[in-house]
Design a protein around this ligand. Sequence first.
Ligand SMILES: [Zn+2]
Length: 336
Amino acid sequence: MAIDDPAGQPLTAPYLLQYPYRRSLGPVLGRFFTALRGRQILGARTLDGRVLVPPLEYDPETGDDIDDLVPVSARGTVTTWAWVAQPRPLHPLQRPFAFALIRLDGADTAMLHAVDALHPEAMTTGMRVRARWSDAPVGHITDLACFEPEDRVGDKDRVGDDDRVAAEPDPALLDLKPVTSMTTPLSLDYTVTAGYDLTAFLRGIARKTILGRECPACQKVYVPARGTCPTCSVPTGAAVEVAHAGTITTFCVVNIPFEGQQLTPPYVCASVLLDGADIPIFHLVGGGPVEAVHMGMRVRAVWVPDEALAPTMESIRYFEPSGEPDAPFDSYKEHL
Ligand SMILES: [Zn+2]
């Protein structure tokens, strides 16, 4: 597709944002999750006697600290619900189910969880449900595998729960190793559409060509190429090719490891003002010691082998020092 070919279809790509979110639990939620591992559900009792499930560290009405945790039943009543016809991969059940607010017996607030009803007609507001515990509790909300309609359960001992609720947490919970942190998988996957201008830019990259577009009013060259000038609000002109070499305007040294990191720290990310462009692009700097990177340093693109070229910025592996003298500050001070 040529850059000015409006009939060409934009590129699309799958995009997955995913990481495990680890959080410390603190004293109240820590006890709640420790109890879940012991197959008991605790609520937070406020000074005026209300019981909040899941527990909160502070009374939302008065702001008082809460440290009084009391058991509640593993049975409860659905107060509202929504049917999930097509479960997502990280949902608690991999067949159609209901997300419901469930007020457990002994609690004054409702908690969100899944109800394993076989079809939406089996769900009603006010229906009675009971917990189904995980076979291998670990101190996570998934220890409560789900809830299920009580009228579908013939054997009341199935969940190891009876109708009596103890006044105090089970002393056996004290023997369990306290749960102090929890990991929750976060995952967001969707399809990114590049749009016509970015598509043309990326197809240029696959040809080892870096394209920008110039604003006819202010003469700024935007890289990656974009269809309008955000300053002048006018359409940009025809595509122009910019150089593969440029000047580092700003940079940062990444010293901190993080989940999913592609490179081993330390490494440098920098804004590179390519010759002929007015907007820097953000990319990696390699090919030399991290300590040598500085503002005004001249660099050039290091491309992947021709057979590996693709419409992605990864076609440029990184920018390396070109050995030219530093650019004077005045030459890029308007482009920081
Ligand atoms: Zn402009």
